[in-house]
Design a protein around this ligand. Structure first.
Ligand code: SF4
Length: 289
């Protein structure tokens, strides 16, 4: 099994993207709502049209539905043969970081590299002739900072949605009523395939999650995610502020948890692990499964 190396910003690797496109085949490119809107804008499309044409699972992942290219692997929906990425200025964080990964836990941030060999050497042998860059310089020339800010903003929004699910369970009397079904629902949602979770959440909430009605602010990803947070919170308050019976509270808690898990999936997290973590926390706070 390939190992994972944590890299410091000063570590040096042959990291210069050639846009040869080998990294645009056979991959999974997950998106957050700001990235989706930014890509749509770069293509001159509305976010809804871009989502419906080029994304799956309600917008959290780019389709890889262009004809197979490198190694017979399907090409990204944005990839043009003999050109490369058709949305280069708006490409998402995962494309800017490749072949690096990014892991944030609280205030700790790591850039990681999986495996022992440099994957670009396989498809882009000219990489060996390129100058080595530090991780910091690589990130800078990939113009990754705005994408990283958006990613962190949406990690906070994901936690806030989960907090809503906690509040509906723990502060409404639902957990105190002896309910055991809500945590089972959270666990089930964590294991759900993203396509099925998209259907369970329904088009209205999926659109609120992935197509926020925010007409400006793309240049300020932190403000964009905060505004999106406020819109979701306001809608949740309107929808779930006055629930009385146990079944409705459970359903609402499941919906907030489902939104958090779906967004988390788009941020590259493992929904089953996320759900497991939040269930453990809820049990410590008195909920039962
Ligand atoms: S968005 Fe662009 S850079 Fe990213 S995988 Fe698709 S074609 Fe490649």
């Amino acid at each position: 099994m390939p190992g994972t190396t944590n890299l410091a910003l000063t570590d040096s690797l042959p990291l210069t993207c050639t846009r040869a496109g080998t990294c645009c085949h056979g991959k999974m490119v997950w998106l957050n709502p700001w990235e989706l809107t930014r890509m749509a804008t770069a293509k001159g499309l509305t976010p809804r049209v871009f989502r419906d044409r080029h994304c799956e699972f309600g917008g959290i992942r780019l389709r890889f539905d262009n004809p197979p290219g490198w190694k017979g692997l399907a090409a990204c929906s944005q990839y043009l043969p003999d050109f490369g990425c058709s949305v280069h200025v708006g490409r998402p964080l995962v494309c800017r970081l490749y072949p690096l990964g990014r892991k944030r836990r609280g205030k700790e941030l790591h850039y990681i590299h999986r495996g022992s060999s440099f994957p670009c050497l396989d498809g882009c042998p000219k990489v060996v002739d390129l100058p080595y860059l530090t991780v910091s310089d690589y990130l800078s020339c990939q113009d990754a900072m705005a994408c990283e800010t958006a990613q962190d903003g949406y990690l906070e929004l994901m936690q806030s949605l989960a907090d809503g699910a906690f509040a509906l369970l723990l502060e409404s009397g639902l957990a105190a009523s002896g309910d055991r079904l809500t945590l089972r629902l959270w666990r089930e949602l964590g294991k759900e395939h993203p396509e099925h979770l998209t259907k369970r959440l329904g088009p209205g909430w999926i659109d609120r999650l992935m197509l926020p009605d925010i007409s400006d602010g793309l240049d300020d990803p932190a403000a964009f995610s905060h505004r999106h947070h406020d819109l979701l919170q306001s809608q949740a308050q309107t929808s779930f502020g006055n629930l009385g019976d146990v079944a409705a509270l459970r359903e609402a808690s499941g919906l907030m948890m489902g939104l958090a898990l779906h967004l988390g999936c788009g941020l590259g997290a493992n929904p089953a692990e996320l759900a497991g973590h939040w269930i453990v926390t809820a049990k410590k706070l008195g909920a039962r499964e």
